[in-house]
Design a protein around this ligand. Sequence first.
Ligand SMILES: [Zn+2]
Length: 264
Amino acid sequence: MAHSKETGQLADEELLRYARQILLDGWDIDAQLRLKASRVVMIGAGGLGCPASETLVRAGLGRVHLIDDDVIEASNLQRQTLFLPEDIGKPKALTAAQMLTKINPLISARGTVARLSEDNAYELLDMASGKPDLLLDCTDNFATRDIINRISVRYQIPLLSASAIAMQGQLALYEPQLDTGCYHCVFGSVVLDAEADERTCANSGVLASTTAIMGNLQANAALQYLGLTKNPLTNKLLIWDGSQMQQRMMGYRKDAYCPICAKH
Ligand SMILES: [Zn+2]
């Protein structure tokens, strides 16, 4: 990853707010400035999107854009941490962006009520003003993951993809610009398998802690990627098993014949 951006300076209130982070070994003012200069697009403002965006915004991510076409339901409140009972019926993307702005007025958060597709991606991702630094896949179904993966490969934008179901989760950070392979290289046509597609939080259930953990593991990887320009998951799939309290890494390789990312 090569960032070369005007990062400017941190104001006094930023130095104060991020003091504990800047104090960290291996995280300094330059890392904080890189985070401030970053733009992230998050697809999905639900179980994963809420904790991931909250941590990133509290940490000082400069610009976050949430895309989601859903409205808040009572059954979301168990895990979607940016929403309150009075928000039921409101659009997730706008409600989340408002809450994020309240949490950290020093950053820019916005929401768009829309469903991302290959046709509207250029416009929704504001490609005319430059590529986002990172896409976060915070969705809950395989069909949408496949679309986001295609967009990541097509526009060569790194994709940090998390999933959470029941007491299990997965996380990977694909860098198409570095030819690391893509979501399809790892999961293949399983992603379009009808049976696999059936398995969502809506019908399989999800423990509140699973989305909180996976959203924050996603934020953890994003902070290192944006702040330290380091991919902690290069060619690795992180697998979390909440019932056993176990996390393991599985290596993967780019599929030379991948229909999405192989160069023909
Ligand atoms: Zn691929």
